[in-house]
Each structure stands twice: as C-alpha cells, then as structure tokens.
Write a protein that binds this ligand. Structure first.
Ligand SMILES: Nc1ncnc2c1ncn2[C@@H]1O[C@H](COP(=O)(O)OP(=O)(O)O)[C@@H](O)[C@H]1O
Ligand SMILES: Cc1ncc(COP(=O)(O)O)c(C=O)c1O
Length: 282
C-alpha cells in the first residue's frame, strides 16, 4: 500500500506529516511524504521557527514521483492543513495527476478550517476553497464538528442535524465521512463521540473524554482511518480501529502528562489497541 501524504512537518513533536506518517508506516503502508512547511514545532506553542516551503515544490516532487513511473502504484492521497490557496491548488494538481495514473486511487482530505474554541484559524479564502474544491474532489472527508457546520452551513446541534449535514456533504462528493470531536446533546459530559458515515449508514463511536488538549490527534486519526479503509474495512470497522488506536495513544499521553501525543511511546496502540471501542448504529 502506497500513500502520498501532503502536510506540514515539525521537527519537535507531532502534527501534520509528523503525526500522520509514522502511524501509517506502523500499519504497513509505504508513505511518500511531501512537506508543505518545515517548522521547529507546531503553532500551538505561540512561537515557532522555520519556513513555509514554496507551493511549486509540491508540484515538482509530484512530477518527480510521476517520472519514476510510480503514480499508478499509489493507492491514495492524504492532505491536511493547507496554509495557502496555492498549496490547495498544488494538492488538487496532485489529485488530478494521481487520478490520471490510477483511477482507483482515493483522496482523503482533512478539511482543516478551525475549531469551536478558536473559530476559523486558516487564512481568508481557504475555507471557501475547502468547500468549493476540496470537498467535491475528496472520497473520504474527516471534518470536526466545527468544520462540518462551516462546510454545510447547517446547525448540527442534534445528532439528527449532524446526520443531515453529513448527508449534504456526501451529496457533494465524499462517499465516506468521519466526523471527529463530535458533541451533541446526546453526548454525556464525560465522553466524546466520532461518527462515520457511508451509504446512508451512520456509526457512532464513544470514548471517555480525557483530561488533555493536544494538537495532531486529528491528523493521526485521518491517517489511521485512511489506512484501515484501504485495508478493505467497512466504515464501522475503520472507525473502531482508528478510534481505539487514538484513544490508546491519548490515554498514554495523559498518563505521561506530556503536551505532544505519545505516538512513539504508545505505538503498540496503533496495531493492537489495549481497549477496543465498538461503534453503534445511529
Ligand atoms: N480530550 C480527548 N479525550 C478523548 N479523545 C480525544 C480528546 N481529544 C481528542 N480526542 C480524539 O482525537 C480525535 C481527533 O481530535 P480533534 O480534536 O478533532 O483533532 P485535531 O483538533 O487535532 O484536528 C477526536 O475525535 C477524539 O477521538
Ligand atoms: C503547522 C501545523 N500543522 C498542523 C497542525 C495541526 O493542528 P491540530 O491537530 O490542532 O488541528 C498544527 C497545529 O498547531 C500546526 O501548527
């Protein structure tokens, strides 16, 4: 299994490709990583050093991979945070080249726009680009609840409302949708939900809310959900596998009291989660 992953890179800690590449490799995938930035650390620290890499570099590297004759063997494209409209254009270029080389390859997009506690944190134009170009191009989409609301303009304030919003997204392209960090009136205060949807079926996975707030969990979850999908699992089984793994990683992160997700220390959770969470149909 070969996956082209276009995301940020940080040297210290785990967000973007630094959160996504290792879990995919640990599950046996070859990852062809293209980095959009080279930062010291994630921006959640308030200060960081490094550079945004030129968007043309993405096209260059895609072209180089194409010249190796490798694109027909690429099973999927994964993209995350897109800092600049030109990066989004380059990701769509990669999607088009991949589709031409391998029509069965899939595109999994994490439509990073913002979060309930921060609001929109991407530059002007990115949210519209996500809605109008990335969503229709994606086969798998992994929004959080804030992004689901933003992409559809629907309120998403009940489980039924969330399902309606997911269906509205699916009508525009992605056949499989994973909603992360889901909280509805039905969600107990000490739990957190995820919802996976495909073909009119909806599955909810509930996990205990851990006493931590981290960056990069969403990047790791999208990567895990993609690999489990490529392995042929149903939406419900991919949800169970990815959700159980991230829960194990985050539980260890909380035990260690660290700010960066414990992807390396708790790597066994990626392949055999110590707690297997089971979804229910909703
Ligand atoms: N405090 C937490 N307790 C339990 N699970 C969590 C917690 N924070 C994140 N997660 C898990 O990680 C997933 C992705 O987190 P999310 O906050 O959506 O990602 P990000 O903000 O990194 O994009 C959530 O759906 C949930 O499964
Ligand atoms: C460069 C970069 N990429 C990706 C992320 C992903 O963040 P999150 O997991 O909070 O969405 C961050 C978060 O700070 C970041 O700084």
């Amino acid at each position: 299994m070969n996956i082209l992953s276009i995301q940020s890179w940080v040297s210290y800690g785990h967000v973007g490709n630094a959160a996504a590449v290792f879990p995919m490799q640990r599950l046996g995938a070859e990852v062809w990583a293209i980095n959009t930035v080279q930062f010291s650390n994630h921006t959640g620290y308030g200060s960081w050093r490094g550079s945004v890499l030129p968007p043309d570099l993405i096209r260059e590297v895609v072209t180089g991979i194409e010249e190796r004759g490798a694109l027909p063997r690429c099973d999927a494209l994964l993209s995350g945070y897109l800092g600049d409209p030109q990066v989004a254009e380059a990701v769509l270029y990669a999607r088009a080249r991949l589709q031409a080389a391998n029509p069965r390859a899939i595109y999994c997009a994490d439509p990073v726009i913002g979060d309930d506690d921060t609001g929109v944190y991407v530059r002007p134009g990115i949210a519209e680009l996500m809605r109008d170009q990335i969503v229709p191009a994606a086969d798998i989409l992994t929004p959080n609840l804030f992004e689901l609301r933003h992409l559809t303009g629907l309120p998403c304030d009940t489980l039924a409302g969330v399902k309606d919003a997911v269906a509205a997204l699916q009508a525009r392209g992605p056949r499989r949708v994973l909603v992360t960090s889901l909280r509805t009136p039905e969600t107990p205060d000490d739990q957190l939900d995820m919802l996976a949807a495909e073909g009119g079926d909806y599955h909810r996975l509930r996990a205990p809310l851990l006493p931590l707030s981290v960056n990069g969990a969403g990047d790791a979850v999208a990567a895990l959900f993609l690999v489990h999908t490529l392995q042929g699992k149903s939406a419900a089984d991919a949800l169970s596998a990815a959700g159980s793994a991230i829960f194990g990683i985050l539980r260890r992160t909380a035990e260690l009291g660290q700010r960066e997700i414990a992807l390396i220390a708790a790597q066994q959770e990626l392949v055999s989660p110590s707690t297997v969470l089971r979804p229910v149909s909703v």
